[in-house]
Design a protein around this ligand. Structure first.
Ligand SMILES: [Mg+2]
Length: 392
């Protein structure tokens, strides 16, 4: 059995261009799907996949770990930068999809699963619609409350929100009060039994991250995400040690070695590994084992397309420390035209039952993809009140 081609299929979904990766074999009808979506880096990732494919054409797709080692270590430059780690992930996911199809079982079964009856999912505020999730004004507390209620009415028992505004390295009470009032409005709207998560998008400095975190403690957040730059592991560890709210991070970490530093410093309680950015399911499984040793939970970052979701769920059915999966459903209205999924969702609670089809269990409609060709992603830029560059 040989790999004969590695194709990229780009599908513009407004905030992101979904990059689907198709690994084709010389066996009739046998191919695998992966995803390597990296917003604002679409051309780079597509190019990186073409570069890496030179190593893989003609190889046996069933030697997943051997091929992963080639992709990571050969051509001299290790594959832990964000572009190459994402490209490797897209191919690695497709190889696992092929492995499942060859074995005629879902990927999670290849890894000893399923370890649970269902995977719990959480929503973005507004279902991930760009205007609602990213662009609701920081002082529009009422809107935060309305969107929170909408998520619960759709069956979700947990949702995430960007309630912390863009913030200079040090500020007074104004942004902190905005954040607290936004979370208060959501808590009032949905009651105590719903889990609320706040994503800071690493906007605050460590000092401001702790200040926001302290202000939000009374609302009992399920987790508090990226309260400062991921580069500042000591900052994350300081915030995590000084809050009862668990800190979550990991979407911008791209290798086992990077997670080792994070876990050793106890920079988080929840590891938000992104399966499409960290070198794929092969590396994610190693990170999960390391997280297990630290008793750190897993809740993958997954605002991308449907192959990323399928892979994040297969991972969830194989990992005991997995607590919840991020999902986006309303980024584009035609999302379900692109994919047929192998799992069922119980609307009450938005719980996903195990995929019953081989591999990642998905069928991708290539004709539908062609209706949404590449477009430059919407630029999302931030400048502070004094004109200096900020973190979006
Ligand atoms: Mg995030």
């Amino acid at each position: 059995m040989k790999i004969t081609a590695i194709e990229t299929h780009v599908c513009n979904a407004r905030m992101r261009n979904w990059i689907f990766v198709k690994v084709v074999t010389d066996q009739d009808g046998l191919f695998g799907w992966g995803e390597a979506t990296l917003e604002w880096h679409t051309r780079s990732v597509v190019g990186a996949i073409e570069d890496i494919s030179q190593l893989l054409i003609g190889e046996d797709p069933r030697r997943v770990e051997y091929l992963w080692q080639m992709m990571y270590r050969q051509h001299f430059w290790h594959g832990n930068g964000i572009v190459r780690a994402t490209a490797i992930a897209g191919i690695d996911l497709a190889l696992w999809d092929i492995m499942g199809k060859v074995a005629n079982m879902p990927c999670s079964q290849l890894w000893g699963g399923p370890v649970r009856d269902h995977v719990r999912t959480y929503a973005h505020l507004g279902g991930g619609k760009m205007e609602d999730f990213y662009n609701t004004a920081a002082d529009d507390h009422k809107r935060f409350g309305e969107l929170a209620l909408e998520a619960v009415e759709k069956g979700y028992t947990a949702f995430k929100t960007m309630a912390v505004p863009e913030t200079m390295p040090i500020e007074g009470n104004k942004p902190v009060n905005y954040a607290a009032k936004n979370v208060e409005a959501m808590r009032d709207a949905v009651g105590d039994d719903i889990d609320i998560m706040v994503d800071c998008h690493a906007r605050p400095s460590p000092a401001m991250g702790l200040k926001f975190g302290k202000a939000l403690e009374p609302y009992g957040l399920y987790f508090y995400e990226e309260p400062c730059w991921p580069e500042s592991i000591e900052g994350l560890a300081h915030i995590n040690a000084n809050l009862t709210t668990p800190v979550a991070t990991g979407e911008r970490f791209t290798s086992l070695a990077a997670f080792k530093e994070l876990f050793n410093a106890r920079g988080c309680e929840i590891c938000q590994i992104d399966i499409t950015h960290c070198g794929g399911l092969s590396e994610a499984r190693r990170v999960a084992a390391l997280a297990e040793a630290h008793r750190i939970s897993l809740a993958p970052h997954n605002p991308q397309g449907p192959v990323s979701t399928a892979a994040s769920l297969e991972f969830g059915f194989s990992q005991p420390s997995y607590i919840i999966c991020e999902t986006v459903t309303e980024d584009v209205p035609w999302r379900n035209d692109i994919v047929e999924e192998g799992f069922e969702i119980v609307p009450e609670g938005q719980l996903v039952k195990p995929n019953t089809k081989p591999g990642l269990g998905i069928t991708i409609n290539e004709e539908e993809i062609k209706k949404h060709p590449f477009e430059q992603e919407v630029l999302q830029r931030t400048f502070y009140s004094d004109g200096s560059v900020g973190d979006w």
